[in-house]
Design a protein around this ligand. Structure first.
Ligand code: GAF
Length: 390
């Protein structure tokens, strides 16, 4: 473990002692993620390709055997929240505690003998920035309980339980990408994930070795998945699959896209959604094959194509995200796209090391000229997935 994470683990354990009067039984960390390509494909049984950020949610946890769940977050402050495990009710809680409670609820619902916990959390994953702060929060709790209760669940199984907690307990209709990314990513790699069966391949993704950088530009426009637009897109995709007589849009081969669009008649909205999902799955496969054949720079234009499709067909971009992409490309970036669910949040920019300063400055100036809130720009290094740190 790095010195920095040892310091964070020590501080989180110390605060746990102050709050709960005893040492935690362990400390765990789970990262946020960036999605390289494959957006709004996960609830269509399609392909995604996220990698983990160095930013993590860290949890100090002890198990309890009296049916009590106690939660505290350094980032939110306030008193310890105390809940009864047996009294957890879907959609009963609108605050941050719904995410960890939802994980406990999902574990219990699945028949796992979880009888309570004391939990103290802190996070460096930016919230509302499309970088999966919610999934990091869920996965760190799931992993800690998996270890403390000897449940023996694998990363993908924890991800499924976290997703169920978020879908049913929190009430947000998200797919499986973010939880799987947080649970299963590996340092120096992007995760090629088939969201139908959660088959995974770790694809080496070492940009520094190639003289490249991937920047994350957080537009500071907050997004929220439990509100309507995400759910509307999902429902539109499901309508498209039903009209086409398939289980999910993943089942429409790219080569048959035109014929499928022809069969959708004049339902223009569904046609646009279907076109995005089918072409996006093909873009993920193209990026995988370019990376595997060592043509890393060539993924740039594919990322940019993905952005155009999200902006024009799926319609989940916003002026700030479009401005990141346009200004970065004009300043010489190799490719750029929004990442995550959209309607705000972050964009990613692929650039030569030598161009990073020029590109960053161009984006910042474009934001200032447009009168937008200054963006937060940082470099994304593919980092480790969830793990025990103490
Ligand atoms: C959000 C969701 F949580 C994911 O499941 C995924 O659908 C993503 O938006 C869009 O690709 O992050």
């Amino acid at each position: 473990m790095s010195e920095a994470s040892e310091t964070v683990a020590g501080a989180v354990a110390e605060r746990f002692r102050e709050l709960y009067g005893a040492d935690p039984q362990g400390v765990w960390a789970a990262p946020g993620r960036v999605n390289l390509i494959g957006e709004h494909t996960d609830y269509n049984d399609g392909f995604v390709m996220p990698f983990a950020l160095p930013h993590t949610t860290v949890a100090a946890v002890s198990r309890r055997d009296d049916g009590v769940l106690r939660l505290h977050s350094a980032d939110v402050g306030g008193d310890v929240v105390e809940l009864g495990v047996d009294a957890l009710e879907p959609e009963s809680d609108q605050g941050w505690t719904a995410y960890p409670s939802g994980v406990v609820w999902a574990l219990v619902q699945a028949g796992h003998p979880v009888t309570g916990a004391d939990i103290h959390l802190t996070s460096t994953v930016p919230t509302g920035a499309g970088l999966s702060s919610s999934a990091a929060l869920e996965v760190v709790v799931a992993l800690a309980l998996n270890d403390l209760y000897d449940l023996g669940l694998k990363g993908w199984q924890l991800a499924r339980l976290c997703q169920r907690g978020e879908n049913v307990y929190v009430g947000a209709p998200v797919g499986i990408m973010d939880q799987t990314a947080s649970a299963c990513c590996a340092a120096g790699h992007a995760l090629f994930l088939d969201t139908r069966d959660l088959a995974q391949r770790q694809i080496p993704f070492d940009l520094a070795a190639e003289g490249l950088r991937l920047l994350v530009v957080d537009t500071q426009v907050k997004h929220e998945h439990s509100t309507g637009e995400y759910g509307k897109r999902r429902a539109g995709c499901e309508k498209g699959a039903a009209l086409l007589g398939v289980d999910a849009l993943r089942d429409i081969p790219y080569a048959e896209l035109d014929a499928a669009l022809g069969r959708l008649g004049d339902d223009e909205e569904v046609r646009r959604l279907v076109r995005h999902v089918v072409t996006e799955d093909e873009r993920v496969e193209r990026v995988v094959s370019l990376l595997e054949s060592g043509e890393t720079r060539a993924i740039g234009p594919v990322l940019t194509e993905g952005h155009a499709s999200l902006r024009d067909d799926f319609r989940v971009s916003c002026p700030e995200l479009d401005l990141v992409v346009d200004s970065a490309l004009s300043a010489g970036a190799l490719g750029a796209r929004m990442t995550g669910g959209g309607f705000g949040g972050s964009a990613i920019v692929l650039a030569e090391v030598a161009d990073v300063d020029t590109v960053t400055k161009a984006v910042e100036e474009a934001f200032a000229t447009a009168g937008f809130t200054p963006p937060r720009v940082f470099e994304a290094v593919p980092s480790a997935g969830a793990r025990r740190v103490r």
